[in-house]
Design a protein around this ligand. Sequence first.
Ligand code: HEM
Length: 211
Amino acid sequence: MIRRFKPVVFLTCLIPLARLGWKAYNGALGANPIEVITHATGDWTMRFLLITLAITPIRKLTEQLWLIRYRRMFGLFAFFYGTLHFLTYIWLDKFFDVHEMLHDIAKRKFITVGFTGFVLLIPLALTSTTASIRRLGGKRWQALHRLIYISAIAGVIHYLWLVKADIHLPLEYGAILAALLGYRIAVWAGPRLAANKSKSLRDPRVEVPGR
Ligand code: HEM
């Protein structure tokens, strides 16, 4: 069932690209096609990062364990749209002018942060295979893949810093990201807090309020 469904999910993830291609083919990208492509690819990079990060909480809360099989695909689509976004910038926007790009990366804060977010995704894409998990070992692989948290935070800051007026959408992305990271912090901290509490209840040297 999951195997049959996977190609459908894969093709669905390509719809944003197909829509852009269709609009470009029909000359319907408007007066500033580069801006439209940059915005669409940037948006989808952010969305796929959030979808990837949502898999674990949804899987655990709903006990739909099969969802894990889609996490890698969504993560790779975040990288795919991120690469298109970056390519739009270096190719269509800057015409491979390395000097101007380096100047931009160093001087424009939102580009610096976006660039950081994208660079952090590269090792994750390169180690996304099952062979890499085996080679690195589960613990080290997991630690490396926590870079996605920093990449997503960088993505939200990048967006917040580049918008001039309406900060609604970057704030929405930020709120979703905060909830997804908050869930992880709660899962990590919950058992530790409970263990500390029960230890202090057992230890007679610790004064327990209300006893
Ligand atoms: C994790 C990596 C990144 C994410 C998640 C991301 C996300 C976004 C988002 C959501 C937007 C706004 C889309 C909209 O307005 O609808 C955007 C715009 C933009 N991004 Fe990125 N981005 C990333 C990396 C980069 C990189 C590496 C560059 C170039 C070096 C870059 C350059 C730009 C530019 C030039 C814009 C348009 C700015 C404007 O409208 O003035 N981004 N990005």
